[in-house]
Design a protein around this ligand. Structure first.
Ligand code: MV4
Length: 517
């Protein structure tokens, strides 16, 4: 029997939007929050949101957010019952879970044993075979040597995927098209895995062509009851970084949706899992689905599921860690309407997505019906170079996919950030793409469809040139970024109307502006 223990105080071992998100859940649950912060995060939003905040070290994560000893010390000193790790940093580190257990602090996440099973990709594949969850055709044990590897690859048939057992999320993975190529890169791939994970065990899978990435949100309590919260479609990725996520997925029908949900619940039951988590699948063009891996944390894209199910996943996760039985039955979970998330990064899409750290000089967040913004920044805040450059998550909910796309376009046009470059224009381009609108997306969508092909422009070229001239004129007038934010927010999209309003604000006629350019 598991003891139920209501948390009074929780330490959040993270930063940015997810730390703020966890603070919000705790606040609603009547739990006191403790933030930790690095040197560069002294003025960060999560520090302001939490009830208490403690400094844990210099900016590099290895000196602060990854310091198990410091974080445990703060949790003990501040009398915390539990630690929420968020995602990234220590979220999937079993050494950290052990340290929490040793100090009688509850880790808000799964037990170490299930983390151990699911954290290793070959171990997880073996478990899935036992549980009757379909996996990508391939081997269940790591390969011994090149000869064995070549033999197995011949049996499976090229192209194959050569993956690191300790890898995941696209790290330590290689597509191999022929025997010659395999011979050439075998040692190289093992060497890369060794330096990246300290573990060079590798396994072989058949390569699925043009797959979709569809994942199922699950929750399982300490009493062996598991449910799924339906799927998220995450095929729009760039270099294994998700860019846009949505629910429901266009790639599957209700029959497959039902089967995937049940398979996901079986998958985590096999590992005796006891938290919220995500079971990732690849889906091929014939709607066959194959288990990929389990993420044993709350994920960046969890709000997509919250919007279509109405279930607060972070509160659910905290409740499970407290030892509460699941408060809902599978039959009570419904997927209603359509949700889309755009991850807004502090990167320059015109300069190959180079990081664009710096101070946010002006900020206007979108709002209105069906819009949610989760962010760790505010006007005047700095995005440091040390951590993940995601500045905000913009989510919309609407009754169907078309309405959600229109709402996202509207929300993106309201979203103004000054001082740093962001991926907002890139998202606008994706949302105008016909293949995206048609739901015709696979994992190579961004490289193939968006970055290579010129996209249709909005409005006339002359209007764009006029708008650019006016913008230049305003810059010369050296108007403050804050004023720009205000004016862009009020613009309904037409460069002509914008120009008229800008002229009016400067006490000029449109002709005056034309003459100066
Ligand atoms: C694959 C695959 C094709 N065949 N495995 C990439 C992320 C990681 N979770 C697994 N990934 C893939 N595994 C087999 N056997 C193609 C990918 C893949 C991919 C998957 C989902 C979303 C985007 C992707 C981009 C490139 C490759």
């Amino acid at each position: 029997m598991v003891a139920y223990k209501k948390f009074k105080k929780v330490l959040i071992a993270n930063r940015g939007e997810i730390a703020v998100r966890i603070c919000r859940a705790c606040r609603e649950m009547g739990i006191t929050t403790v933030a930790v912060y690095s040197e560069v995060d002294r003025n960060a939003l999560h520090v302001r949101y939490a009830d208490e905040a403690y400094y844990i070290g210099p900016a590099p994560a290895t000196d602060s957010y990854l310091r198990i000893d410091k974080i445990i010390e703060v949790a003990l000193k501040s009398n915390c019952d539990a630690i929420h790790p968020g995602y990234g940093f220590l979220a999937e580190n079993s050494e950290f879970v052990n340290a929490c257990n040793k100090n009688n602090i509850t880790f808000i996440g799964p037990n170490t044993q299930s983390m151990y099973i699911l954290g290793d990709k070959t171990r997880a594949r073996q478990k899935m075979i036992e549980a009757g969850v379909p996996i990508v055709p391939g081997i269940k044990d790591p390969v011994k040597d090149l000869n064995e590897a070549l033999k197995i690859a011949d049996e499976i048939g090229y192209p194959i995927m050569f993956k690191a057992s300790a890898g995941g999320g696209g790290k330590g993975m290689r597509l191999i098209k022929s025997k010659e190529e395999f011979q050439a890169v075998y040692d190289l791939a093992k060497g890369e895995a060794l330096s990246a994970f300290g573990d060079d065990r590798m396994y072989i899978e058949k390569a699925i062509e043009k797959p979709r990435h569809v994942e199922v949100q699950i929750a399982r309590d300490k009493y062996g009851t598991g449910i799924h919260l339906f799927e998220r479609e995450c095929s729009i990725q760039r270099r294994h970084q998700k860019v846009i996520e949505e629910s429901p997925s266009m790639a599957i029908n209700d029959e497959i949706r039902h089967k995937m949900g049940e398979a996901a619940v079986r998958a985590v039951a096999a590992a005796n899992y006891d938290s919220v988590g995500t079971v990732e699948f690849l889906v091929d063009k014939d709607m066959n689905f194959y288990f990929l891996e389990v993420n044993t944390r709350v994920q960046v894209e969890h709000p997509v599921t919250e919007l279509v199910t109405g279930i607060d996943i972070v509160k659910l996760q905290i409740g499970i860690a407290e030892g509460k039985p699941l408060p809902i039955k599978q039959e009570e979970v419904h997927q209603y309407g359509h949700a889309i998330e755009c991850r807004i990064y502090a990167e320059d899409p015109d300069k190959n997505f180079m990081p664009s750290p710096g101070i946010i000089e002006g900020l206007r967040l979108p709002g209105g019906p069906g819009v949610r913004v989760d962010t760790g920044v505010y006007e005047g805040a700095e995005i440091p170079i040390y951590y993940d450059p995601m500045a905000a998550k913009l989510l919309v909910w609407a009754k169907d996919r078309n309405a959600a796309i229109a709402r996202m376009q509207r929300a993106l046009s309201e979203f103004i950030v000054k001082g740093i470059k962001t991926t907002i224009p890139f998202h606008q381009k994706v949302l105008r793409n016909q293949d995206f609108i048609d739901g015709n997306i696979s994992t190579d969508f961004i490289d193939k469809e968006v970055l290579e092909k010129p996209q249709p422009r909005e409005g006339s070229a002359i209007a764009a040139i006029a708008a650019a001239a006016i913008a230049e004129y305003l810059r010369e007038k050296s108007l403050k970024n804050k004023l720009l934010v205000f004016k862009e927010t009020c613009g309904a999209g037409s460069p002509w109307k914008e120009a008229g309003k800008r002229a009016a604000m400067l006490g000029l006629s449109f002709g005056d502006i034309y003459k100066t350019s």
